[in-house]
Design a protein around this ligand. Structure first.
Ligand code: DC
Length: 227
């Protein structure tokens, strides 16, 4: 990681809108984007495809170290993610994949195996990094750290709308329960738990629109980073 490359970290729980805000912010600044949740999801998918149990074994760690993934955009600018040359862009966003990712993410050796890959995204002219431990562990020297949060009710409602649009019929109650369980696991694991960095700015977006969140975040970034 080069300390000359400015980094904005956006951490927060699932469904807080950090992925959307990180993408919009990166586009606005013309910077690179790291969706670190996608890296954990890809690692979990690769393990499932190889029939590797999501427990701390040399096989799982080797699978994480050797992930064969490509991030690119199609002609219309839509994100495409390939795992072992297969387009997994949709499957990657599945709740089951998120759950599997959250399970392997508690294993310290998995986190260590995925660290260098995440730091490789730090390239000029700058990086917006979204995840759970971007400001605390992966980019502790980041120029600007944001923690996006929202009530569990609101996050479940947003995620439900998103999944419904993709044809997923999960009930909002089931989703609420799953998200509460995942929050609990992400926030209470021993290594790199989900928490704001001491120097992070927290934005509660429970009652804010995407445009309102983006302008609050942009205001903070403009104050913290020499653009
Ligand atoms: O942001 P997401 O829902 O795509 O992330 C999926 C899981 O990956 C999340 O439940 C926990 C894990 N994760 C993590 O531990 N650290 C990160 N920086 C990003 C994701």
């Amino acid at each position: 990681m080069s300390s000359l490359v400015p980094v904005v970290t956006i951490d927060g729980p699932g469904g807080s809108g950090k992925g959307t805000i990180a993408r919009l912010l990166a586009a606005k600044l013309g910077w690179n984007l790291l969706d670190s949740g996608a890296i954990y999801r890809l690692a979990a998918m690769a393990a499932m495809e190889r029939g590797i149990d999501p427990v701390d074994t040399p096989d799982l760690i080797e699978c994480c170290e050797q992930l064969n993934v490509v991030f690119q955009q199609d002609e219309a600018g839509n994100e495409q993610i390939f795992l072992d040359d297969e387009d997994v862009s949709l499957l990657l966003r599945d709740e089951a994949t998120g759950e599997a990712a959250s399970k392997i993410a508690v294993i310290p050796a998995v986190r260590a195996a995925l660290l260098a890959r995440q730091r490789q995204f730090c390239q000029p002219p700058g990086l917006v990094a979204d995840g759970r431990d971007m400001g605390t562990v992966v980019f502790p020297e980041a120029s600007c750290k944001i923690f996006l949060t929202a009530s569990l009710q609101e996050r479940a409602k947003r995620r439900h709308k998103q999944l419904k649009a993709q044809g997923n019929g999960i009930s909002i109650d089931a989703l609420f329960r799953d998200m509460a369980k995942r929050d609990e696991r992400d926030a209470n694991r021993e290594v790199s738990p989900l928490r704001p960095a001491a120097d992070a700015f927290t934005v509660d977006c429970s009652t804010l629109s995407i445009d309102e969140v983006l302008s609050s975040v942009l205001e903070i970034v403009q104050q913290q980073v020499a653009l």
